[in-house]
Design a protein around this ligand. Structure first.
Ligand code: NAD
Ligand code: MG
Ligand code: MG
Ligand code: MG
Ligand code: MG
Length: 343
């Protein structure tokens, strides 16, 4: 096995005394918030959930047995204040709670956007850390309940107490991340790789590839249903194989014809031109162009976002896919529990 140049932290590397006597304020009770709050509480850590009066999440947190206060009250009580409201509302929430932070408290995030792009300027006398599970919150919660872990990242932006990293590791332990493994990164690296990955490969790149492939077949006269299966539906099988065993397992599992065709044609589709575009998009992430654009888009009430979202929802592939998915058995049961392909 090749040596990794990154250290991976596990349960034994965490010192739970760094968190066990502290109160953690969880601001927001969405995807990450509900998972962090419940996992911490079940690990024996004192948790208070900070939600606006009238927030629809209040009843959810209360019926999960958690203590609920306003964001300001929770932040005042918390030794660690974990900011788990949507990234776009974090700056406004921070303005409300800034004065409730005490010297030596920790302001914690699960994504570095607002710190890295200076949308939040933390007080100088608090620790600023990140604990970012590499997974949606419902899986963070479910894995914990199943005595399993969720891989995660930690990062320290500001360390006034000298214990910022140890505390982040202890928090990772209490939400179940060190069961699976945690690596250390920086706010800058987490933000830039996260934005690049979702724009170029995971969300943007893949959907464009799917749509272009689908349109090419349909425009050439093939049936939309066939195009849907070939260009969208089968993607899951391929991704599952890559997830389990990298590119190698995928190539080994498809036919030799598929392998030869893919190896000779793939780079013609995603060619040097695509690579240049990727580099340009990375630069927009690095120099803040994308962040400024997204912040302005939000300030303007999301006009382009709404339009693009609408167009995507009405794309032909979606109109074909909706009824088609209803006809087949895979859409009957949930998603994540499905068997994935084995080698
Ligand atoms: P979410 O959209 O699921 O959570 C929203 C919650 O925040 C709501 O339930 C509500 O309780 C609260 N909220 C919404 N608007 C509010 C407002 N105006 N004022 C106060 N509270 C408000 O958020 P999320 O996806 O859990 O993201 C939280 C953080 O976690 C973000 O920094 C995100 O980047 C990060 N993160 C998310 C994931 C993920 O898979 N969802 C993964 C890793 C990191
Ligand atoms: Mg406090
Ligand atoms: Mg990511
Ligand atoms: Mg992201
Ligand atoms: Mg085929």
């Amino acid at each position: 096995m090749t040596d990794l140049n990154t250290k991976v932290y596990y349960d034994d590397d965490a010192d739970r005394s760094q968190i066990d006597d502290k109160t953690v304020a969880i601001l927001g009770y969405g995807s990450q918030g509900h998972a962090h709050a419940q996992n911490l509480a079940e690990s024996g850590v004192d948790v208070v959930v900070g939600l606006r009066e009238g927030s629809s999440s209040r009843s959810a947190a209360e019926s999960d047995g958690l203590r609920v206060a306003t964001p300001v009250e929770a932040a005042a009580e918390g030794d660690i204040v974990s900011v788990l409201v949507p990234d776009t509302v974090q700056p406004a929430v921070f303005e409300q709670i800034r004065d409730s932070l005490d010297e030596g408290d920790t302001l914690q995030f699960a994504h570095g956007f607002n710190i890295h792009y200076n949308q939040i300027q933390p007080p100088e006398d608090v620790d600023v850390t990140m604990v970012a599970p590499k997974s949606p919150g419902h899986l963070v919660r479910r894995n914990y309940e199943n005595d399993e872990g969720t891989p995660g990242l930690i990062a320290v932006y500001q360390d006034v107490t000298g214990d910022a990293k140890e505390e982040a590791l202890a928090y990772s332990h209490a939400i179940g991340c060190t069961r699976a493994g945690v690596i250390e990164t920086t706010f800058q690296e987490e933000v830039e790789t996260d934005l690049f990955g979702e724009q170029v490969v995971l969300c943007g790149g893949v959907t464009s590839l799917v749509k272009q492939g689908y349109e090419t077949l349909v425009d050439a006269g093939y049936s939309p249903e066939m195009a849907y299966f070939e260009c969208l539906n089968e993607l899951k099988l391929i991704v599952d194989l890559m997830y389990e065993g990298g590119l190698e397992e995928m190539w080994n599992s498809v036919s030799d014809t598929a392998e030869y065709g893919g190896l000779t044609r793939g780079d013609r589709v995603v060619d040097e031109h695509a690579r240049e575009n990727m580099e340009e998009i990375l630069e927009e992430v690095q120099n803040g162009t994308f962040a400024r654009e997204w912040i302005a888009e939000n300030q303007a009430g999301r006009p382009s976002y709404t339009q693009l979202k609408d167009a995507e929802e009405n794309h032909h592939i979606e109109e074909v896919g909706r009824p088609l998915r209803d006809l087949f058995a895979w859409s009957d049961d949930g998603d994540e529990d499905e068997e994935t392909a084995e080698a």
